[in-house]
Design a protein around this ligand. Structure first.
Ligand code: EAX
Length: 320
């Protein structure tokens, strides 16, 4: 009797002490934002799916720096996971830049179909050779322009404005075509730059404008929807190679669930956020001159076709 009790006690102690790995995950906006919802969904699922062997420590609100810095940290191994817009990703995985072309995606349904289909899934295979593993496409949303000078209805209204942009050459080429003076800047510096008037405006999806309280430092919002901003849940081979096949499956399933949860939060924010921003004092141009913005991009599109291949752009546009 004594021996079996001792064996049981030893067994319990071993199981209880089973190794637990804490994974650090970072993202740009608050814990209650769309990135927070996606990241928390992922973290809850991997903790449940691995019986607590893997847990997260979350670093919201750019606590670990801008998105570019966090992607570098994942490559170096000082950060385990980042939930990031594709803004800076093209600097690490050039093939991804094609998804940042202005007015490439018709709407959310089109964007999600492309990214979850063969084109988007093929792009995910380009990451491991760069020391990164993209687990899933999450979502930032369609980007809209805010500024402190004037209402923007057509490109001429945006002309001459000093606008903060992401560190993304594809975006900057498009915005120059609108007459904008693009000022690339890491996200953590944006609120201060707007407050001090270093830049006149910026462009971001409604969920980011809401979560970052840009209504406190921006007067005008124009629903330009000029770029669909995809996002990605990115980790590293260093993390993935330590996982059993069963745990790898848990991580990929959790990343898929995170994508769905983040996309739902984006849609919810878009449905309720504009009224909220008006309540917070922003004046909102709901109908801009879309054809004028698209026409202004003719020359930029000729360059995009040269850089990415007209047929590759067409393949994305033709996804129904
Ligand atoms: O990913 O830098 C940006 O404007 C991004 O949209 C923001 O960091 C959320």
């Amino acid at each position: 009797m004594k021996r079996s009790l001792l064996t049981l006690a030893l067994l319990a102690a071993t199981c209880g002490a089973q190794a637990q790995t804490i994974l650090k995950i970072g993202y740009a906006t608050t814990a209650t934002s769309h990135y927070g919802v996606g990241s928390t969904t992922f973290c809850d699922d991997i903790e449940k799916g691995t019986q607590g062997r893997y847990k997260c420590q979350q670093f919201p609100s750019s606590a670990l720096g801008g998105e570019r810095e966090m992607i570098e940290a994942v490559q170096l191994g000082t950060l385990d996971i980042v939930n990031t817009s594709t803004g800076p990703v093209g600097n690490f995985v050039p093939e991804v830049k094609i998804v940042d072309i202005p007015f490439l995606f018709r709407d959310y349904d089109h964007a999600r179909k492309v990214l979850d289909g063969p084109i988007g899934q093929d792009l995910l295979t380009k990451f491991p050779s760069k020391g990164l593993v993209a687990l899933s496409w999450t979502e930032n949303g369609f980007r809209h322009m805010t500024n402190n000078k004037r209402a923007i209805v057509k490109p001429e209204d945006a002309s001459g404005l000093k606008m903060r942009t992401m560190e993304n050459k594809v975006h900057m080429e498009g915005y120059r075509a609108f007459g904008i003076q693009p000022t690339p800047m890491a996200f953590p510096e944006v609120f201060g730059a707007l407050q001090q008037g270093t830049v006149d405006g910026q462009e971001n999806p409604i969920p980011v404008i809401l979560a970052s309280k840009f209504s406190q430092v921006q007067k005008h919002l124009s629903l330009t929807g000029h770029v669909y901003s995809p996002a990605l849940l990115i980790t590293s081979p260093r993390v993935m190679n330590k996982l059993s096949d069963a745990d790898k499956k848990v991580f990929y399933e959790a990343a898929k669930h995170a994508s769905a949860a983040q996309r739902k939060k984006v849609n919810d924010d878009e449905a309720n956020g504009i009224a909220q921003l008006e309540k917070e004092g922003m004046s909102v141009v709901k109908r801009v001159d879309g054809p004028a913005f698209r026409n202004a991009l003719r020359e930029a599109y000729a360059n995009y076709s040269k850089e990415f291949g007209a047929d590759n752009i067409r393949r994305i546009q033709d996804v129904k």
